[in-house]
Design a protein around this ligand. Sequence first.
Ligand SMILES: NC(=O)C1=CN([C@@H]2O[C@H](COP(=O)(O)OP(=O)(O)OC[C@H]3O[C@@H](n4cnc5c(N)ncnc54)[C@H](OP(=O)(O)O)[C@@H]3O)[C@@H](O)[C@H]2O)C=CC1
Ligand SMILES: CC(=O)C(=O)O
Ligand SMILES: [Mg+2]
Length: 779
Amino acid sequence: MTKQDLSPAEQALRDAALEYHRSPTRGKIAIAPTKPLSNQRDLSLAYSPGVAYACLAIEEDPTLAAEYTSRGNLVGVVTNGTAVLGLGDIGPLAGKPVMEGKGCLFKKFAGIDVFDIELAEKDPEKLIEIIAALEPTLGGVNLEDIKAPECFQIERALKERMKIPVFHDDQHGTAIISGAALLNGLELVGKSLADVKLVASGAGAAAIACLDIMVSLGVRREHIYVVDSRGVIQSEREDARSGRLDASKRAYLQTTSARTLADVVRGADVFLGCSTAGVLTPEMVATMADRPVILALANPEPEIRPELARQAKPDCIVATGRSDYANQVNNVLCFPYIFRGALDCGATRITEEMKLACVREIAALAKAEVSDEVAAAYPGEEISFGPDYIIPKPFDSRLILRIAPAVAQAAVASGVATRPIEDLAAYRQSLSRFVFQTGLVMRPVFTAAKASTSQGGPARVAYAEGEDERVLRAVQVVLDEGLARPTLIGRPAVIEMRIRRAGLRLKLGQDVEVVNPEDDPRFRAYWEDYHGLMGRDGVSPETAKVALRRSNTLIGTMMLRRNDADAMLCGMVGRYDAHLEHVRSVIGLKPGVTGYAAMNALLLDDRTLFVADTFVNDEPSAQQLAEIASMAAEELRRFGLPPKVAFVSHSMFGSSTRPSAKRMRMAAELFKRMEPDIDCEGELQGDAALSETVRRDALPATTLRGEANLLLLPNLDAANILFNVLKVVGSRGVTVGPVLLGAARPVHILTPSATSRRIVNMTALAVADAAAQALRHEG
Ligand SMILES: NC(=O)C1=CN([C@@H]2O[C@H](COP(=O)(O)OP(=O)(O)OC[C@H]3O[C@@H](n4cnc5c(N)ncnc54)[C@H](OP(=O)(O)O)[C@@H]3O)[C@@H](O)[C@H]2O)C=CC1
Ligand SMILES: CC(=O)C(=O)O
Ligand SMILES: [Mg+2]
């Protein structure tokens, strides 16, 4: 493909793709150390002499390699470059961008590390020797773009010799996805697997494996016709008659007068393309049966472009391997997750049961409602089961949550799991670290919240913005995870309409309670109570009624006050301060606390940092700062983190005598008296808060060990600015909060930028808080 052959759009894509590969770093993947290596001590642990202990331990017990090395999470993507995409035998070096790409996908979608290994070797026997010798390095082998029929022999031999999963992605990854696509496509066109006539173009690695899985799903072998580069595979062919036809092709040998794809595709219900660009013409499609399913999977250019297929048969369902069309049938939907499940249960191989578990999960996922994360990844696209959505999207974060556990379970059932996963629910929860960047940090909070629901029945959580689609999506997750019993404040007709539009399953009145601000039997009790509370602040009965009708947050706070709810979330719309006013007037402060404050958590690449006070106090006094630190430290414990508090300043241990420096110093002293058991330091500069070395250089007798995880800033501007700057420069930019500190009941005021995952996280936090309060009451 020279540059001149390309259309302007293709030229633009080519230029962008080459620039993507070249800059800012060459290639697409790098290796990064996972341990600190910044001083002499680290060096003696990582390398000589310390490393020898790890070596000797593994020598004594080889299974310890999974503990002391990264092998258990390391897959080799191995090729010899003989069938790179549909580009053919372009060699191992030219195939390297594809292998690096597979490495990126393994890491991005399933957290698996990859060595891409391009081998300049075509002899199958030699390849088998080379790859088998890599067993000490690798936890799994993903064979890639090795052509048929050699690939069959190579995979078979390696599976026999190696005690780790060996998986030829082009065969089985492709087969799994196309199997799922076929199931769903045929369901939509109302045809049965046993009845369809299926024609395949290609009889190589991908095609044969796809056909094998389709047969095991129910397609009849006698209804399958296969075409390779020499025409229809039929008994009159010279290679068939002379016995030179490869066994993989012989399995699909037909007796027929058809000789070409055009002959054989006539009347076919299904076309499977795993061959090369453009071999299926619109004229051929026109001869196919009604509503055909066309899986044109050659990469990068399919056997037919979808628009051409539709010209000939407007009612066809078309899938390709490309990401720029609907229905991307590509093995990326499978290989990261099947390896995740296999590695996590210590599977020694990948069995048929494990593959079929993938097919079922992928097919089912296309019919499940779409989560907020998926909707956000594909803005403007209609994503609900139908001709343009027969298969989940690659950025569907639920793939890992569903496929990996199903694979691990199937590995146990087929007897190949050396470390069976005992608690699948906990495993599924742990996988959320790949899906939601907050997954890991939120885990203790979710565990506490779920434990509380199983003990005392689910906590009742009121959502002030009950009509907001983000809230509805979050509530669906809250219900699915059994986190809480939600109450939505909002107009039922609007909520119903938005539930339908978002394709959610939750049922008003059954799964969730609704409080209609326009008409609710509790309204009278609420406004009377509110009037009783605010009568001396100029709130007349009329004003109380109007206030309640106008503010769903006020209704939510009244629900909490009157014990109609155990926790409340608001703030998705409007100003933070306006919501806080209602909390102040109706909920009030916790006993013994003098004020409110807000804290945000930031999930950075190498740490989680909590910052306060980000939203409430303009310039807190030393006393207030100490109290805020104390309340924030209690929240950190909910995240399972021992708080390490730093009162940060422009000043370092008395280097400045300005009032703010003195205030931070005083705050630290007060806090040390209030919470003598919590590690704390102040006043100190930001770098010293995070680095023990910097701190000790200034003051050897520092009272903080390690790195601070809770930063108290001198004023609201500083806290809010620090938080927002870190959100942008921290490559992950993921936050939890704001967490409202000081309120008498669990209530949090979110911000208009809250995502539905943030709402789920804050629900868990509020439920865990409600449970802790209930325990204190009982105590
Ligand atoms: N979407 C996806 O996820 C995936 C797509 N693929 C695509 O499938 C295709 C094949 O890959 P793979 O199986 O690994 O490669 P192989 O080299 O193993 O197989 C290629 C097959 O295509 C056949 N072929 C070549 N030209 C024609 C033609 N004009 N008409 C009919 N058949 C032809 C070859 O025939 P012969 O046997 O006579 O040489 C061979 O059977 C590639 O385009 C690849 O990108 C592969 C994996 C995944
Ligand atoms: C997607 C893939 O693996 C291929 O086209 O070869
Ligand atoms: Mg491939």
